[in-house]
Design a protein around this ligand. Structure first.
Ligand code: HEC
Length: 121
């Protein structure tokens, strides 16, 4: 047991476990830009809290990671939610996108444009 634990690299979190860690500010800024570019807001409202389509923030608060991924990647085309599986900006950053909405749901990420931190450069 001890041997196995010691042999575990620090990269233990590199897989899906990443979604449990709070995103860095740079991460929030880049994720926010992707969401703006893809314009989820045109259906979900400017802060993603609902408009013609339901709140993505509430969804991240109440649903599982699996449900979130399935909804964003497969969508629900008959009901107006596009599938983003073929969009590399979304499919390639699904961890960051999930963490953004979990942060919005638990209040660690504020609505609106994130403030770039000067010392993060
Ligand atoms: C063209 C309009 C439109 C766009 C653009 C859009 N959505 Fe949706 N989305 C919807 C609709 C409509 C639903 C409700 C579908 C349903 O009832 O099954 C939905 C549902 C969802 C849900 C599940 C919410 C719930 O309560 O059922 C999530 C999560 C979601 N969208 C995420 C996103 C993300 C992330 C983006 C941008 C990458 C996005 N959507 C872009 C229309 C849109």
């Amino acid at each position: 047991m001890i041997f196995i634990a010691a042999a575990m690299p620090i990269r233990t979190h590199a897989g899906s476990g990443q979604a449990d860690r709070p995103p860095s500010n740079d991460n929030i800024v880049s994720t926010w830009r992707i969401l703006r570019a893809v314009d989820c807001a045109r259906c979900h409202g400017k802060d993603y809290e609902g408009l013609a389509a339901p709140s993505i923030v509430d969804y991240a608060r109440t649903q599982s990671r699996e449900m979130f991924d399935r909804m964003v990647l497969d969508g629900d085309p008959p009901r107006g939610m596009p599938a983003y599986r073929d969009n590399p900006q979304i499919a390639g950053h699904i961890d960051d996108i999930y963490r953004y909405f979990v942060g919005r749901a638990n209040g660690t990420i504020r609505a609106g444009a994130p403030q770039p931190q000067p010392q993060s450069k």
